[in-house]
Design a protein. Structure first.
Length: 161
């Protein structure tokens, strides 16, 4: 395994850890018991991984030069690097909830997703790809991810009772 693959795996792991923490924090308010919180966290993590992979695929569909150059791993790398912006949002959500008792995980999840979407577009633009197109595609993908997360939380909350 080369250095680029190791970095890509590390970045993806960090991003998924952030979503696991944010899911757990939000699950504590959406679910009523430990089992529901665990289920919300696991499903949230699967949802995050699926949406991140979908965002990488969306960027590749939109730009043939990226698809022919770096391929899917290049798109996934850009998404993982861009979503590292979720780290401060995760830390702030942990601080707000555990230190101050403020349930703000939902707001921090949405802010992390939207800001990270812009960062993915910036990461791709840094590589010389069409800047405006990637900003619009990445922000649109992040917006869809954010809406999906809101719907997931609402549906889970109603199902949990």
């Amino acid at each position: 395994m080369d250095k680029a693959q190791t970095e890509r795996i590390a970045y993806a792991g960090i991003v998924l850890a952030c979503f696991a923490i944010l899911s757990w924090l939000n699950g504590r308010y959406v679910g009523s018991g430990a089992g529901e919180v665990a289920a919300y966290t696991v499903i949230g993590l699967i949802l995050a991984a699926t949406c991140l992979a979908g965002l990488a695929a969306l960027t590749l569909l939109a730009e043939p030069s990226l698809r022919q150059g770096a391929g899917y791993m290049g798109g996934l790398d850009a998404v993982a690097r861009g979503f590292l912006i979720a780290i401060p949002f995760t830390l702030l959500a942990l601080l707000a909830d555990l230190a101050f008792g403020w349930n703000a995980a939902t707001a921090f999840i949405q802010a992390a997703i939207m800001t990270s979407g812009a960062a993915v577009g910036t990461e791709l633009a840094r590589r010389g790809e069409p800047k405006l197109r990637y900003m619009l595609i990445c922000m649109g993908g992040a917006f869809a991810f954010s809406i999906i997360w809101i719907a997931y939380s609402a549906i889970f909350s109603k199902a949990a009772g």
